[in-house]
Design a protein around this ligand. Structure first.
Ligand SMILES: [Zn+2]
Length: 433
């Protein structure tokens, strides 16, 4: 409440006294899947107590979770709270898509047709298609165009309960366009109620002006581009593509060292189409995550486990490219490597804007359990972004980012392909319409 004009210091004191603190929000009557770690092999259970599965409530204030506990206890502790009745629905942490290329110019639907006619992804990439086709289209796109074309894709993810989204650059490969992509990513976070983590994918492909001279580009990346992007403050992490089509392990190692020197966390597109020992490379550099991993061998799995690096599985690209080599899920599981699942939303190899479909593909194609799929888009996805202290589970102190679903059991989220089960998304304590 504002003090009347000219009220002076007495008025200000009265106004401060009368200003009610923001009400605590109490989310009741939900069947809560908290996302806490479970013993291996445990099912995707709902939290609960002696009074049944909907007996727990969530209290939130200033966007953060204050407490999770028995509803009667929280009602007594916060008697003047604003209630939100979940109506007996499933409540999960807001989903986190921890690997996307959702900002890009153009599309590559023609390549889809060429692949249907029998051409391989590698052959299309060598003839100027693939990543370089998106580089040309993205360089030609303005900042508003990049934002406008990404918004429908972002909205599709939000409609499936996503509250945190990672966005990579990497289709500019020159400083100006890379910064424009990262600005677009940040602008999407201002345009919508969603948390954005940005990643500078500086080593995605050798830009055309370097005429295939990968070493020359890596030199420029390390001495010029990485320091400039880090100084811009627009990137939270650095990413690279270690593949025969892109960069060798030695080249990526140089870029990782430069990125770490600049204070950027690192991530890697690893072992997608061949075993480049990318898992090992990522582990040696303390990467937050190693992503894809179809061709990772046992030694790579053990290194990921030792380093605590998250394995991000991207079943959309596996499906879309009709790959046959599956990531070593059993070995990753046995070694205790945390598994995350993401859409890899990109114009060429995974034009997927459905996190629920990514979960279904992870279950059907890679054999993940419901619990693994859910953890893969919440708790471990947060860890893949280094955000595990602030999001990914329903626990006191974390952001109150939730998804309320028109289902009773978690398995329905993975099973019901093509369903639109979201009832309500809550970002930082605020229900989103
Ligand atoms: Zn990717």
């Amino acid at each position: 409440m504002l003090a009347p004009r000219g009220a002076g210091s007495a008025g200000r004191v009265i106004s401060a006294f009368m200003q009610a603190p923001p009400p605590t929000r109490l989310i009741t009557n939900g069947r809560i899947w908290q996302g806490l770690p479970k013993p291996a092999g445990a099912g995707a259970g709902i939290a609960g107590g002696a009074d049944g599965p909907a007996a727990l409530a969530i209290a939130a204030l200033d966007g953060r979770i204050l407490a999770v506990g028995p509803v009667r206890e929280l009602q007594a502790r916060y008697p003047h709270s604003e209630r939100l009745d979940a109506g007996g629905r499933l409540v999960t942490p807001g989903f986190i898509d921890c690997h996307t290329h959702i900002v890009h110019g153009g599309n590559r639907a023609q390549e889809f047709e060429r692949r249907r006619a029998g051409e391989s992804y590698q052959s299309i990439a060598r003839s100027g298609g693939g990543i370089l086709a998106s580089v040309a289209a993205t360089r030609a796109a303005s900042l508003p165009q990049l934002i406008d074309t990404a918004l429908p894709r972002v909205d599709a993810l939000l409609a499936e309960g996503v509250t945190t989204l990672e966005i990579k650059s990497g289709y500019g490969l020159d400083l100006e366009t890379e910064l424009r992509m990262l600005q677009a990513a940040r602008a999407l976070g201002a345009a919508r109620r969603v948390s954005i983590a940005t990643t500078y994918l500086g080593a995605h492909a050798v830009p055309p002006e370097h005429s295939g001279n990968a070493d020359g580009y890596i030199e420029r990346l390390c001495t010029e581009l990485i320091p400039a992007v880090a100084a811009s403050g627009l990137a939270d992490a650095f990413d690279a593509y270690c593949e025969e089509l892109a960069f060798t392990a030695a080249q990526v190692a140089r870029a990782f060292a430069a990125a770490r020197t600049q204070g950027l966390a690192v991530k890697l597109h690893a072992d997608q189409l061949s075993n480049m020992h990318g898992a090992s490379l990522a582990s040696r550099h303390g990467a937050l995550s190693a992503d894809h991993l179809e061709y990772t061998d046992e030694a790579g799995v053990m290194e990921l486990a030792a380093a605590g690096t998250v394995a991000v599985l991207l079943p959309g690209a596996f499906y879309f490219l009709r790959e046959r080599q599956r990531p070593p899920v059993d070995a990753l599981r046995r070694a205790g490597v945390p598994l995350a699942v993401a859409t890899d939303c990109n114009p060429g190899t995974s034009p997927l804007t459905s996190i629920l479909t990514a979960m279904n593909l992870a279950a059907v194609e890679f054999g993940l359990s419901t619990e693994e799929c859910l953890a893969g888009v919440t708790r471990t996805a947060a860890r893949a972004l280094g955000l595990q202290a602030s999001t990914g589970t329903i626990e006191a102190g974390k952001w109150c980012d939730l998804a309320i679903w028109n289902v009773a059991q978690p398995a329905e989220l993975v099973n019901n392909l093509g369903a639109r089960p979201l009832h309500q998304r809550i970002w930082h304590g605020e229900p989103q319409s």
